[in-house]
Design a protein around this ligand. Structure first.
Ligand code: 5GP
Ligand code: MG
Length: 190
């Protein structure tokens, strides 16, 4: 089933999916573990889960259902990437009306790569005076971060490859794959 879906959707005009890195089963098992851990850590509180769109959407939907606590769900949109290259620029949208003063905030991200997006949004959230602020990232690329940052919950540490699926895109494609796969852009080195 997984293989068929990968085959059918693996091509893009400027590259292709080369392998599945994390299958659906592993993802869901880890998401359930994270949900249980978060529920223990936030017991007796009603945290605000801030989903960073678009990449964090599938992870957030599954994660919040695995957190057995009353949670409030909010969304912020960030864009920092065009294709597979970082533009070094981060645009935040929908953060202006976000009322998190005095609340325990858990920011949920798809992936931390350079950490630039994270720094922008972290400061923007901190400026709104939450009672506490913590980060949960599904994926973390194991390489030297240009801007190291504390990540309280990490789903998986992965190698430095470009991945798609389960929310992550390549030029807006592949977000709806049920697994995380490696995408290889065509080019001189491919
Ligand atoms: P950072 O600011 O940490 O360099 O990058 C964060 C954002 O870049 C992520 O939220 C994601 O949108 C995008 N990004 C970083 N690495 C990858 C990757 O391997 N695949 C995809 N699809 N997006 C990535
Ligand atoms: Mg993207």
């Amino acid at each position: 089933m997984t293989e068929t879906r990968t085959d059918n959707r693996s091509r893009h005009e400027s590259g292709r999916i080369t392998r599945v890195l994390l299958d659906e089963e592993r993802l869901h098992a880890r998401v359930r573990e994270l949900g249980a851990e978060i529920a223990r850590d936030y017991a007796g509180r009603d945290p605000v889960v801030v989903c960073l769109l678009k990449g964090g959407i599938y992870f957030t939907v599954d994660l919040t259902r695995a957190i057995d606590l009353p949670v409030t769900l909010e969304f912020v949109r960030a864009r920092s990437y065009v294709g597979t290259d970082s533009t070094g620029r981060v645009e935040l949208a929908w953060i202006d009306g976000l009322d998190i003063a005095g609340r325990h905030v858990l920011l949920v991200e798809d992936i931390v790569d350079t950490g630039l997006t994270l720094i922008e949004i972290w400061h923007a959230l901190e400026a709104r005076s939450p009672a506490s602020l913590a980060l949960c990232a599904l994926l973390y690329k194991e390489k030297l971060l240009a801007h190291p940052f504390p990540i309280r919950y990490i789903g998986f540490a992965i190698e430095d490859v470009f991945v798609v699926g389960y929310g992550l895109d390549y030029d807006e494609r592949f977000r709806n794959l049920p697994h995380i796969a490696v995408f290889q852009p065509d080019g001189p080195s491919a």
